[in-house]
Design a protein around this ligand. Sequence first.
Ligand code: GLN
Length: 262
Amino acid sequence: MRLNLIHLYPDEMNLYGDYGNILSIVKRCDWRGIDVKVIKVKKGDPLDLSDADILFMGGGQDRSQQIITDDLVSKGPQIKEAVEGGLCVLTICGAYQLFGHYFRTREGEELPGISVFDAYTVGSDDRMIGNVLVDCADTLRKSGETRLTPADREHLELIGFENHGGKTYLGESVNPLGKVVYGFGNDGTKAWEGCRYKNAFGTYLHGSLLPKNPWFTDYLIVLALKHRYRKDIQLDALDDAIEYAAFNTAKKRTLTAKTTHL
Ligand code: GLN
């Protein structure tokens, strides 16, 4: 089997090692004999999603977002159409913000988004920085796809790191990715983190996110395979002892840290 992965703005939007998310997807596919072709799409490059299965875009400082936003808007209609067709998308932080309606910076400049997500972001004087633990069990079960994820609740948590000033507010036609167990989350109120619309995900979790959260990497792979082969494909189990050792170390460190406060 094979998958095509589009990496948007690899130079401008790649904060805190977000490229590690692509490495995780490629490696966990390689271990199962699934070939992943990574296509980098830079600012000004043409975008062709007609044969794409996964689209990834990493985080970026306000300045980087300003640099690419017009180019992203020009690609927006094609991305929206592909998401409606089930394309699997992972956007991190600054990318997540620009997949909403707009990101208004702390200085008041409104960067247009592409409205994949019914959400908007407003910059603030607060800096939401630190480890984040998110419980996705209820939100994923609500999507009715528990057959595609591990049965045990323990492995439906995500651990990561956030660093954003933007506060994201979700609208009616998008669901949160999960409940905040520890950290600030979308808008600093420690309630909800990230969002999901069809197979498109946005999250503030850097880390990079996927290496320590193998169940979510596999979930994205299964969604991408379903997009290409139009059926649910069960992945061979891997020995994730090291990945979950890293997850549990980060989780323990997070939960024993002093509480977060703005
Ligand atoms: N520039 C955005 C903010 O500060 C996103 C930052 C990021 O991608 N880590 O909210």
